[in-house]
Structure formats: structure tokens, C-alpha cells
Design a protein around this ligand. Sequence first.
Ligand code: ATP
Ligand code: MG
Length: 399
Amino acid sequence: MASNVILARMGEVTLKGLNRGKFENQLKVNLRYRLRNFGKLSITQSQSRIWIEAKSEDNPAFAGEEAAQEILTAVTQVFGIVSASLALKFEGDFDVIVKEAIAYVDKLLQEHPEYKTFKVESKRGNKQFPLSSPEICTEVGGNILDNFPQLSVDVHNPDFILNVEIRDYNYLYSGKVMGHRGLPVGTAGKGMLLLSGGIDSPVAGYMMASRGMQIDAVYFHSFPYTSEQAKQKVVDLAKIVSRFSGKMNLYVVNFTKIQLDMVKNSPEDMITITMRRVMLQIAEELAKKSGCKCLITGESLGQVASQTLEAINITNEVATLPVLRPLIGIDKQETCDISRRIGAFETSILPYEDCCTVFVAKHPKTHPSHKDIENAESKLDIKAMVEMGLNEGLEIIEI
Ligand code: ATP
Ligand code: MG
């Protein structure tokens, strides 16, 4: 009987010299975690490829093609995977292979009646098999031509490629879904993402996770100025990032009193900066407590008033951990493209207010000096604010 299996290909991981084993193991752990809701699976590696299949025949997640497609998508979202294909696995001699290949192409042509040209590619892991790889291609190709007169062979630019692989079992597949590449999460420490409800910060988290970084997140919430829906939106965005980055703690800081205090006691045009500085200090304390070795923001140079070099410098000064800004040189359009690709965009553009927009000045200082910030913070008890953020009403949500 034929069954569905997924063939996943590893990318950069395989270039890792002596450390390769560590990266590969982490990748398999991450695959297992990402696929935890799809029943009992066997995940095995051979060279630069990983094979994923059901442990027993009655696993419904692998039974139908539609269900298997869902697993395929999940596999491509695990960093370290460059591409994946859904393959048919079966036993039998060459006659069986030809028969299955014809049935496979028949089904493919029903889905894609526009296909007119093809080629066969083959791999033979089982050297006992009586035909060589080129012979397999010629024989299978010839049989397909005989059965589908509308098709012709085009080795340079075919509409579809039929892959035939012969190893412990026989495998047939056509086409592949591209993965998100990168390195397995868990191979590059952990970072604390400042996650707002906007477009940029979820993308920033995704980008650092793609380099192997595990992510925790912190959101500054100013209830009731920012609504319950605004918070839910951030939770939803955290879930989207965690599809790629794995388990995550989301810290929700009660920011209301702190912000009201700032509005009352600090010049209006400096609020954005003072707020940013306090956010960064609270985030840093949370980062240290939870084992994060850096902070991550969605800032992009010049995008808004608080993202000029002067403003970034003045904000940065309060942090001792490095602040990573993966979007700093990235165009907004490109950020939106990534946001769409990871499925965050629709959530990010929901029209709920953010604490920065609620209290923002009409004309914030774009080139703040040290004197400006000294003046702005002179009437504020920053230390107490940071303490308050860490202790009063801090909520931790496991994502
Ligand atoms: P985003 O699209 O991520 O909201 P933005 O373009 O709106 O970013 P800013 O509002 O200046 O830019 O925020 C810059 C960065 O500061 C954000 O990317 C995020 O990392 C952090 N940040 C802003 N507001 C919050 C918040 N309420 N909670 C947590 N982090 C925040
Ligand atoms: Mg924002």
C-alpha cells in the first residue's frame, strides 16, 4: 500500500562543519515540536534530507493528501528547512513503479490540465536495483509518453518534473514548496522582542528567529487607553511569530500609570523618547531575568520621529544589553512583504490604538540632545517607574 511521506531538505545547517550535529539535532527537535499536533511521527535523517512520516498507518494527519499538505506547510515554516516535498512511498519492483508513476501523473494532470511537457529525474540509493538512474528515467519517461499522448519531454524547461527515488522503498514526488531557510531556533540563544501591535516588530522577531534565536516578547499595555482588543492583537501576533520561533513567554507590562505620569511631568515633545527609554529599561530587566542576551526592536532608520539617529542613540544609552534592530536598513515595503509572507499583515493592520499613538505629541523632537533628555526626565522618578513596570500588574502569557 502506498503512503504519504514528507521529504524535507536542510540548507545552511549542512555547512556547519564540526557543529553540524548540534544544528541537525536542534532542527529535528524543532520539527517534532512544530508537528506535535499531527499524531505520532517518525522523523529520520539521511545526509542533507529529513524524512517525515506517520509511525502507524492509522494516523489521520497523514492519511489524506489535504491533511498531509497542512503538515507540509508546517514543515516549511521550521527554520533550517530550505524546501519540502510531499512524496508517495510504496514497495514493489519496477513494474509497480511504472504503474504507480502512471497513476501519479494521471492525478497530477487532473489538477493541472495545462501541463504539456515533463521530465523524469531519478535517484537510486539501492545499488542492488537492476536499472541505473538514467535507465529508470528512460523507462518511466517512455511509459508516461505511451500513456499520455498530450505530453512530450522537455529536459530544459518542463512544466513538471517527476522524481523517482529508489532506496529502502520507492518514492514518487513532483515539485517542492520553498521553506523559510535560516538556522534552527535554539542554536543562537534567546532575545527579548519589544512587540507592539504594528507591522514592524513581529517581522523583527521573525528575522532574528530565522538566525536561530529563541524569542520572548514584552508588550507595554496602557489599559484603558489601549483596549483589550489591542492586547489580544499582540497576543495573536505573538502566536504568529511563535509558529516560526517556537515556545515563547509574552510579558504584558501595565504601562498606564507610567505613561500618565510622563504626560503630566515631562515636556510633550519628548514623551516618545522618555517612554522609549523606560520601555527599554523594563525590557532589559525582564530579559536578564528570563535568560535573554539581547533586546530586539522593529525600528527602521528615519521611519518616524523616534527613529532618527539622535533619537535612537539617546534611547540606546539606557540599555546595557545589545539592542538588535534587524529592520534598521529595510524599506517599509519590504517589511510589509515579509509581514504578508509570514501571515502577520492582516492582524497587524487591525485598527486598534497603540500606547505610542495614544500619548504621542503632534510634533515630537526629531533631534533630541542630552540636555533635552535631562530636562525631560528631571521631574520623573525613572527608577520607580521601572520598578513599577516590573512589579505592578505584570502578566506573563505562555504562547
Ligand atoms: P511597529 O510597527 O513594530 O509598531 P512602529 O513603526 O510603529 O513599529 P514605533 O512605534 O516607533 O514604530 O516603535 C518602534 C519599536 O518600539 C517597535 O517596533 C517595537 O519594537 C517597540 N514598541 C513600540 N511600542 C511598543 C509597545 N507598546 N510594546 C512593546 N514594544 C513597543
Ligand atoms: Mg507601532
